[in-house]
Design a binder for this molecule. Sequence first.
Ligand code: GUN
Length: 278
Amino acid sequence: MAIILDGKKLRDKILEDLKQKVEKFQVKPSLVVILVGEDPASQIYVNNKKKIAQQIGINSQVINYPENTTEETVLNKIKELNENKNVTAILVQLPLPNHISKEKVINTISPQKDVDGFTPYNFGKLFSGEKPIVYPCTPKGILLLLDEYGIELEGKHAVVVGRSNIVGRPVAQMLLDRNATVTMCHSYTKNLEQIIKTADVVVSAVGKNIIKGEMLKSDCVVIDVGIFKDSNGKTRGDVDFESSSKIASYISPVPGGIGPMTIASLMLNTVELFEKSL
Ligand code: GUN
């Protein structure tokens, strides 16, 4: 049976360390989260981010705009926050409504306050093999969890399924920087099953149940980034846990794997941006 990569346990350790660190700061880091619309999943994520930030002593505020808010309003708010010295980290929750350009919004965030690492400056640094100011949260959380369990990446074949800017692309780049041989798969990939069969590490970030135990190579490492509710309302990931945990050597569960690590990384990034602003 595979060893479970316990994201909750590592999250709790990271948050405890951060809390002690933040206690010593005279002025506190401050995270502002912008949410446009009433998407219930986004509302849960955003309120959770605020709650956890406050638990560790970070000042945190959510600005929740209605769905029909103009792009200009959001861009002007970001510009105001960029100028505000009391704000050290800005996060705009994705997805945005269709009438608001995601590119324009992200391009407006100051790279020094870009807690997701999504601005062209930070993404450009990452993809040219240089250090961004901070690394994107979910990929950072994945690597922290792999490191916690001493999982070697050098020379390993890592297969990333999904090519989003939030997870697939940046995690592929970060695995490459660790000297893994990286294959990226997506909805147009032919022979997905054959490719996964050769993977030492599988990272799946698709949002659909696509990975089954029989597709995996014995003793591989499985990272499940997917999270959605199935038709019975049960929280599921991309990976069929029961069959996959019999084949893999390590596996991240859903819930309790990468989700908590994303939050831990967001808090680490918030504190890193604050320290760099001093
Ligand atoms: N939506 C889902 N994941 C993320 C994330 O990591 N950052 C932002 N800004 N929005 C998201």
